[in-house]
Design a protein around this ligand. Structure first.
Ligand code: SF4
Length: 226
Protein backbone atom coordinates (compact mmCIF):
# COMPACT_ATOMS: atom_id res chain seq x y z
CA UNK A 1 0.00 0.00 0.00
CA UNK A 2 1.17 3.54 -0.74
CA UNK A 3 2.26 5.88 2.06
CA UNK A 4 -0.67 8.04 3.17
CA UNK A 5 1.44 10.83 4.71
CA UNK A 6 5.00 11.98 4.02
CA UNK A 7 7.30 10.61 6.78
CA UNK A 8 8.51 14.12 7.70
CA UNK A 9 5.00 15.55 8.19
CA UNK A 10 5.28 15.32 12.00
CA UNK A 11 8.36 16.42 14.04
CA UNK A 12 10.98 13.72 14.67
CA UNK A 13 11.73 12.20 18.07
CA UNK A 14 14.77 14.33 18.93
CA UNK A 15 12.96 17.53 17.99
CA UNK A 16 9.94 16.50 20.10
CA UNK A 17 12.23 15.73 23.07
CA UNK A 18 13.84 19.17 22.85
CA UNK A 19 10.52 20.97 22.45
CA UNK A 20 9.08 19.08 25.43
CA UNK A 21 12.07 20.02 27.61
CA UNK A 22 11.66 23.65 26.56
CA UNK A 23 7.96 23.51 27.39
CA UNK A 24 8.71 22.01 30.84
CA UNK A 25 11.20 24.81 31.54
CA UNK A 26 8.57 27.36 30.48
CA UNK A 27 6.06 25.84 32.88
CA UNK A 28 8.56 25.89 35.78
CA UNK A 29 9.14 29.60 35.22
CA UNK A 30 5.53 30.48 34.31
CA UNK A 31 3.87 33.54 35.84
CA UNK A 32 0.76 33.58 33.65
CA UNK A 33 -1.74 33.19 36.50
CA UNK A 34 -1.91 33.86 40.26
CA UNK A 35 -1.15 30.20 41.11
CA UNK A 36 2.49 31.10 40.38
CA UNK A 37 2.56 33.12 43.61
CA UNK A 38 1.37 30.28 45.88
CA UNK A 39 3.08 27.22 44.36
CA UNK A 40 6.30 25.65 45.65
CA UNK A 41 7.11 23.87 42.37
CA UNK A 42 5.25 23.90 39.11
CA UNK A 43 4.52 20.38 37.85
CA UNK A 44 4.80 20.17 34.06
CA UNK A 45 4.24 16.41 33.79
CA UNK A 46 6.41 13.36 33.25
CA UNK A 47 6.59 10.12 31.37
CA UNK A 48 7.34 8.49 28.08
CA UNK A 49 7.86 10.76 25.07
CA UNK A 50 6.38 8.04 22.86
CA UNK A 51 3.48 7.12 25.14
CA UNK A 52 0.37 5.75 23.50
CA UNK A 53 -1.60 6.86 26.58
CA UNK A 54 -1.62 10.26 28.25
CA UNK A 55 -3.30 10.72 31.65
CA UNK A 56 -4.59 14.19 32.41
CA UNK A 57 -5.58 15.01 35.98
CA UNK A 58 -6.76 18.21 37.62
CA UNK A 59 -3.78 19.89 39.32
CA UNK A 60 -0.88 19.15 41.65
CA UNK A 61 -1.66 18.38 45.30
CA UNK A 62 0.50 18.83 48.40
CA UNK A 63 3.13 16.15 47.58
CA UNK A 64 3.28 17.06 43.89
CA UNK A 65 3.77 20.75 44.70
CA UNK A 66 6.63 19.86 47.04
CA UNK A 67 8.36 17.47 44.62
CA UNK A 68 7.50 18.98 41.23
CA UNK A 69 6.22 15.61 39.96
CA UNK A 70 2.65 14.58 39.06
CA UNK A 71 0.65 11.94 40.97
CA UNK A 72 3.26 11.04 43.58
CA UNK A 73 0.99 11.10 46.66
CA UNK A 74 -1.57 8.55 47.81
CA UNK A 75 -3.81 8.94 44.77
CA UNK A 76 -0.76 8.66 42.49
CA UNK A 77 0.17 5.41 44.21
CA UNK A 78 -3.35 4.14 43.63
CA UNK A 79 -3.15 5.12 39.95
CA UNK A 80 0.27 3.46 39.55
CA UNK A 81 -0.88 0.27 41.30
CA UNK A 82 -4.08 0.03 39.26
CA UNK A 83 -2.01 0.34 36.08
CA UNK A 84 0.51 -2.26 37.31
CA UNK A 85 -2.30 -4.75 37.97
CA UNK A 86 -3.19 -4.46 34.28
CA UNK A 87 0.43 -4.98 33.25
CA UNK A 88 0.98 -1.31 32.37
CA UNK A 89 4.14 0.28 33.81
CA UNK A 90 3.95 3.93 34.80
CA UNK A 91 7.10 4.50 32.74
CA UNK A 92 5.13 3.57 29.57
CA UNK A 93 2.63 6.42 29.91
CA UNK A 94 2.73 10.21 30.18
CA UNK A 95 1.02 11.95 33.11
CA UNK A 96 0.12 15.62 33.50
CA UNK A 97 -2.67 17.93 34.73
CA UNK A 98 -4.89 20.66 33.33
CA UNK A 99 -3.27 23.20 35.67
CA UNK A 100 0.41 22.82 36.39
CA UNK A 101 0.51 24.64 39.75
CA UNK A 102 -1.26 23.68 42.96
CA UNK A 103 -4.42 25.62 43.77
CA UNK A 104 -4.23 26.68 47.47
CA UNK A 105 -5.78 24.09 49.83
CA UNK A 106 -6.45 21.90 46.78
CA UNK A 107 -9.46 24.04 45.79
CA UNK A 108 -10.93 23.66 42.29
CA UNK A 109 -8.97 25.49 39.58
CA UNK A 110 -10.70 28.71 38.51
CA UNK A 111 -11.80 29.28 34.90
CA UNK A 112 -9.13 31.99 34.42
CA UNK A 113 -6.43 29.59 35.70
CA UNK A 114 -7.64 26.81 33.38
CA UNK A 115 -7.59 29.25 30.46
CA UNK A 116 -4.13 30.57 31.30
CA UNK A 117 -2.67 27.05 31.49
CA UNK A 118 -4.56 25.50 28.59
CA UNK A 119 -1.94 26.12 25.91
CA UNK A 120 0.68 24.00 27.74
CA UNK A 121 -1.57 20.95 27.60
CA UNK A 122 -2.40 21.57 23.94
CA UNK A 123 1.33 21.60 23.17
CA UNK A 124 2.00 18.50 25.32
CA UNK A 125 -0.67 16.55 23.44
CA UNK A 126 0.86 17.63 20.12
CA UNK A 127 4.40 16.62 21.21
CA UNK A 128 3.62 13.33 22.99
CA UNK A 129 1.07 12.60 20.27
CA UNK A 130 -0.87 9.93 22.19
CA UNK A 131 -3.60 7.81 20.65
CA UNK A 132 -5.47 7.68 23.98
CA UNK A 133 -6.13 10.46 26.49
CA UNK A 134 -7.47 9.33 29.86
CA UNK A 135 -9.18 12.16 31.69
CA UNK A 136 -8.99 11.91 35.48
CA UNK A 137 -11.72 13.95 37.14
CA UNK A 138 -14.20 16.61 36.07
CA UNK A 139 -11.86 19.34 34.90
CA UNK A 140 -9.86 17.36 32.37
CA UNK A 141 -13.02 15.48 31.34
CA UNK A 142 -14.68 18.78 30.39
CA UNK A 143 -11.89 19.52 27.95
CA UNK A 144 -12.74 16.51 25.78
CA UNK A 145 -16.30 15.63 26.88
CA UNK A 146 -18.24 18.89 26.48
CA UNK A 147 -21.42 17.68 28.21
CA UNK A 148 -22.48 15.21 30.88
CA UNK A 149 -21.72 14.58 34.55
CA UNK A 150 -18.75 12.40 35.44
CA UNK A 151 -21.03 10.04 37.39
CA UNK A 152 -22.79 9.31 34.09
CA UNK A 153 -20.01 9.34 31.54
CA UNK A 154 -17.05 7.79 33.35
CA UNK A 155 -15.98 4.75 31.35
CA UNK A 156 -17.15 6.32 28.08
CA UNK A 157 -14.77 6.46 25.13
CA UNK A 158 -15.05 9.33 22.64
CA UNK A 159 -13.39 9.98 19.30
CA UNK A 160 -11.68 13.38 19.70
CA UNK A 161 -10.14 13.66 16.23
CA UNK A 162 -6.62 13.34 14.79
CA UNK A 163 -6.67 9.60 15.42
CA UNK A 164 -7.18 10.01 19.16
CA UNK A 165 -9.79 8.80 21.62
CA UNK A 166 -10.54 9.99 25.15
CA UNK A 167 -11.58 7.76 28.05
CA UNK A 168 -13.34 9.52 30.95
CA UNK A 169 -12.52 8.33 34.47
CA UNK A 170 -12.96 9.47 38.05
CA UNK A 171 -9.98 11.20 39.63
CA UNK A 172 -8.07 8.62 41.73
CA UNK A 173 -8.35 10.90 44.81
CA UNK A 174 -12.14 10.89 44.44
CA UNK A 175 -12.07 7.13 43.90
CA UNK A 176 -10.16 6.67 47.16
CA UNK A 177 -12.86 8.61 49.03
CA UNK A 178 -15.83 6.65 47.66
CA UNK A 179 -15.92 2.81 47.45
CA UNK A 180 -18.45 2.86 44.57
CA UNK A 181 -16.27 5.23 42.55
CA UNK A 182 -13.20 3.17 43.44
CA UNK A 183 -14.82 0.07 41.94
CA UNK A 184 -15.81 2.12 38.87
CA UNK A 185 -12.26 3.47 38.56
CA UNK A 186 -10.80 -0.06 38.50
CA UNK A 187 -13.49 -1.25 36.07
CA UNK A 188 -12.98 1.72 33.73
CA UNK A 189 -9.20 1.32 33.79
CA UNK A 190 -9.63 -2.33 32.77
CA UNK A 191 -10.74 -1.03 29.35
CA UNK A 192 -7.27 0.31 28.74
CA UNK A 193 -5.29 -2.81 27.66
CA UNK A 194 -7.64 -3.49 24.72
CA UNK A 195 -7.61 0.19 23.73
CA UNK A 196 -3.80 0.23 23.91
CA UNK A 197 -3.56 -2.88 21.76
CA UNK A 198 -5.79 -1.24 19.13
CA UNK A 199 -3.75 1.97 19.31
CA UNK A 200 -0.49 0.06 18.88
CA UNK A 201 -1.91 -1.70 15.83
CA UNK A 202 -2.88 1.71 14.39
CA UNK A 203 0.63 3.07 15.07
CA UNK A 204 2.22 0.01 13.47
CA UNK A 205 0.03 0.45 10.38
CA UNK A 206 0.98 4.15 10.26
CA UNK A 207 4.69 3.24 10.54
CA UNK A 208 4.27 0.96 7.51
CA UNK A 209 2.61 3.85 5.67
CA UNK A 210 -0.70 2.01 5.55
CA UNK A 211 -2.69 4.33 7.81
CA UNK A 212 -2.65 7.88 9.09
CA UNK A 213 -0.46 8.59 12.13
CA UNK A 214 -1.87 10.10 15.30
CA UNK A 215 -1.76 13.88 15.16
CA UNK A 216 -2.56 14.09 11.46
CA UNK A 217 -6.09 15.08 10.38
CA UNK A 218 -8.25 11.97 9.99
CA UNK A 219 -11.45 11.43 7.95
CA UNK A 220 -14.23 13.25 9.80
CA UNK A 221 -11.88 15.91 11.26
CA UNK A 222 -12.70 19.50 10.29
CA UNK A 223 -9.33 20.00 8.58
CA UNK A 224 -9.16 16.60 6.86
CA UNK A 225 -8.28 16.82 3.17
CA UNK A 226 -8.70 13.59 1.19
S1 SF4 B 1 -1.07 27.16 36.66
FE1 SF4 B 1 -0.27 27.18 34.56
S2 SF4 B 1 -0.65 29.26 33.83
FE2 SF4 B 1 -0.79 29.32 36.07
S3 SF4 B 1 1.28 29.87 36.72
FE3 SF4 B 1 1.14 27.63 36.76
S4 SF4 B 1 1.94 27.00 34.75
FE4 SF4 B 1 1.44 29.17 34.61
Amino acid sequence: MQAVLPPDALPGEEMRRQLLRRLEDEVRACQRCPLATTRTCAVPGEGNLNAVVMFVGEGPGFDEDRLGRPFVGRSGQFLTNTLAQLGIARSEVYITNVVKCRPPQNRDPLPAELDACSDYLTRQVALINPRIIVTLGRFSMRRWFPTGAITQIHGHVRNIGRGRIALAMFHPAAALRNPTWQAAFIQDMAKLPALIERAQRANAAAARGEALPAGAPHPGDEDYVA
